[in-house]
Design a protein around this ligand. Structure first.
Ligand SMILES: *[C@@H]1O[C@H](CO)[C@@H](O)[C@H](O)[C@H]1NC(C)=O
Length: 178
């Protein structure tokens, strides 16, 4: 369904000749942040030495840093079709809310966006039901993209979390026409 939607959107903008400025492309996928198992996709590389985070029961601290190469799937389960990777890191960077600075490249590996990427950066306050992060650019189909990502926790078990991401991406006509 995601791929059909993506193909429809891509076809529509191909008719225009350039990416459309008005209608954002909508991408919807799930991100699997896995600390456990034989091949963890998220690895804590710095144990923060700052104060414990507000509202954290798991001993999270200001300064904790995690690097990730999380799978992106079409549906919420790990068995669902893989559509890409979320590669980046997050740092707990707030002394108040349990908020992280998150920076990642979203590499799409399926469908019309295969090989294109989005660069996402923003503040991820995990105490909020829905967070908003910025799309700061991209490559391929997404060259010079702007936009935003609405970010929710779909489920979690221990530290392992499944995140639901809705990205709304505006592709620059200048980038698409180059
Ligand atoms: C962080 O602390 C945990 C628990 O003490 C330890 O297992 C882990 O190796 C530490 N990680 C780093 C990067 O120092």
């Amino acid at each position: 369904m995601l791929l059909t939607a993506m193909a429809t959107i891509l076809f529509a903008s191909a008719i225009d000749g350039v990416g459309t400025q008005d209608a954002p492309k909508h991408l919807h996928f799930y991100m699997h942040d896995g600390y456990t198992g034989p091949k963890p996709t998220a690895v804590q590389i710095v144990n923060g030495t700052g104060q414990p985070l507000k509202g954290s029961s798991g001993g999270a601290r200001f300064g904790d840093t995690v690097v990730m190469d999380d799978l992106l799937t079409e549906g919420p389960t790990a068995a669902s079709r893989v559509v890409g990777h979320a590669q980046g890191f997050y740092v707990t960077a707030s002394q108040g809310d349990p908020a992280m600075l998150l920076a990642m490249n979203v590499l799409l590996t399926e469908g019309p966006y295969d090989g294109s990427s989005l660069t996402v950066m923003g503040r991820n306050n995990i105490a909020m039901k829905e967070r908003e992060l910025a799309v700061d650019g991209g490559t391929g189909v997404f060259r010079m993209a702007t936009g935003y990502v609405l970010w929710k926790t779909a489920s979690w078990r221990g530290r392992n979390a499944v995140l639901e991401l809705d990205a709304y991406v505006y592709v620059s006509p200048a980038g698409a026409g180059a």
